[in-house]
Design a protein around this ligand. Structure first.
Ligand SMILES: [Zn+2]
Length: 494
């Protein structure tokens, strides 16, 4: 195998695929034409390419930079091998989702915008009605495609010689998923007794009722937090982001390759995202602002990704610029996202006199997310160990999620609420890494670390590395602490 040619082709494949993703989800084009892209790069994702890379990686000197690159390249090849087998289903899912309409008492609402409409709906019964319609659409229109997608991944993992998709992911990503689950389920146990108390007041402030009456259809509304809107004026959204970056020594408008896409388009995804088409040369930050606190969270999260990708050293090998463990980029995204609930940041950038309600809401949201993702990991470990029919997992999904969040969790999304390749593990590891990183920046540069150019210098030094380092290695370079999920128990003051 000509490794240099493989790397070159892999980079161009990822660029074109990400550009297609950007075009579709930014609402610039209806189609999601990924099949021809896979076809043009078919040589990257054959079973023999996967076998060869695995053999080359096995032979590479342990702990060498070459071994590090090959591990990332193998993960890319395996993901692409599964991706080419499911490209048709994925494209069909994207197009069907984009076209799907929900009928609600004479109103017709797009499937993709329905959760935003639901989050903006003040009436709890109406929210439940929108959610029922969406769940029904998932069950009748999408679950067949999801089952095909996940079933194909499971089958191909076994064909590649792994006992399960779970084992394949653990091997290729070099993550000890079992150890992570031990840590995250310990977190769920330890935070259980105080979970109701942490969420109670913020729930009442946003919804008018507490955990006892909460339904899943209310969670989006709770995250949306309309009662906090006055603290997050639309006019300050972009300026506060630009000023924060300036505090760290960054002029976003002078950064070559960074494109802010904030225009409103009918088919633009309501979810903010970052599309690193070329790293560091072409990075899109996409947002469809709708007002309020959510816009700030979305912009700062995706802004963290954008700054990370746009600051990567262009001379690094392709693998370190565009592949690697996404726990790292997610940690930088969470670091920025966390600012918009940080009392010091709120006072300095938005002039918020009493940051307590925002901080309490942020703490409750984080606890819900952490417990939800810990439960997702536990569920996905079971699901991706499966050998055969998936339908039996619907009740397991409902039971695990309901226990973690102490509400009656609907089962219909048992396949739609699954992130391919255990992406939930990236989020969980990123939350832990972000907390360590934030503590480090605070202790070194003070509560207003985000206004210190030196803090920016330190971040830029980390960003230059792309995702060359694992989260464990990144942290070891900063402090004597070991990456552990337990750090979040203290961070939430539990
Ligand atoms: Zn992210």
């Amino acid at each position: 195998m000509d490794l240099e040619a493989y790397r070159h082709s892999a980079e161009s494949f990822l660029s074109v695929l990400t550009l297609e993703y950007y075009g579709h989800y930014a609402g610039l084009k209806d189609g999601f034409e990924i099949e021809p892209i896979y076809e043009r790069h078919a040589e990257l994702f054959t079973a023999s390419a996967v076998d060869e890379l695995q053999a080359i990686e096995d032979r590479a000197q342990p702990d060498s930079e070459e071994r590090r690159r090959l591990t990332m390249l193998l993960d890319f090849a395996v993901e692409g091998y599964l991706g080419q087998a499911t490209k048709r289903v994925e494209a069909e899912l994207a197009v069907r989702e984009a076209e799907l309409m929900l009928e609600l008492d004479g109103d017709s609402v797009g499937f993709r915008e329905s959760d935003v409409i639901q989050a903006n709906e003040a009436d709890a019964e109406r929210r439940a009605q929108i959610e029922r319609a969406r769940l029904e659409a998932i069950e009748t229109q999408l679950n067949g495609l999801y089952a095909e997608l996940i079933g194909t991944h499971h089958e191909l993992a076994r064909q590649l010689g792994f006992t399960s998709y779970r084992e394949l992911c653990a091997r290729c990503k070099r993550i000890d998923l079992g150890d992570l689950q031990e840590q995250t389920s310990a977190f769920t146990r330890r935070t259980g007794p105080r979970y109701p108390e942490v969420v109670d007041q913020p729930l009442r402030a946003a919804l008018g009722f507490g955990l006892e009456a909460l339904r899943r259809s209310d969670i989006g509304r709770f995250m949306r937090a309309p009662e906090l809107d006055s603290a997050f004026p639309a006019a300050q959204l972009i300026p506060s982001f630009e000023q924060t970056l300036r505090g760290l020594g960054i002029d976003i408008h002078a950064q070559p390759g960074v494109a802010l896409d904030l225009e409103s388009r009918p088919k633009k995804s309501p979810r903010a995202f970052c599309a690193p088409v070329r790293v560091p040369g072409e990075v899109y930050l996409v947002l469809a602002p709708t007002g309020g606190h959510d816009d700030y969270s979305g912009l700062f999260h995706e802004g963290g990704h954008t700054e990370h990708y746009a600051s990567v050293d262009r001379n690094l090998p392709f693998e370190f610029r565009m592949l690697g463990d996404n726990s790292v980029t997610e940690a930088f995204a969470f670091l920025f996202m966390h600012l918009v609930e940080d009392p010091e940041w709120l006072a300095r950038h938005l002039g918020v006199a009493d940051p307590e309600p925002v901080a309490a809401h942020g703490r409750a949201v984080r606890l819900i997310y952490l417990r939800r993702y810990a439960a997702k990991l536990a569920y996905e470990l079971e699901l991706h160990n499966a050998d055969g029919s998936l339908a039996e997992f619907a009740p397991r999904y409902g039971a695990i999620m309901s226990a973690a969040l102490e509400i009656d969790w609907p089962v219909q999304s048992y396949l739609a609420d699954v992130d391919p390749g255990f992406y939930c593990a990236c989020y969980l590891r990123a939350w832990a890494l972000e907390t360590h990183l934030r503590h480090h920046l605070r202790s070194r540069y003070g509560e207003a670390w985000f206004e210190r150019r030196e803090a920016g210098d330190e971040l830029r030094a980390l960003w230059r590395e792309g995702q060359r380092l694992t989260p464990e290695e990144l942290l070891a370079g900063l402090s004597a602490e070991r990456l552990r999920f337990e750090v979040l128990v203290d961070d939430l003051a539990l």
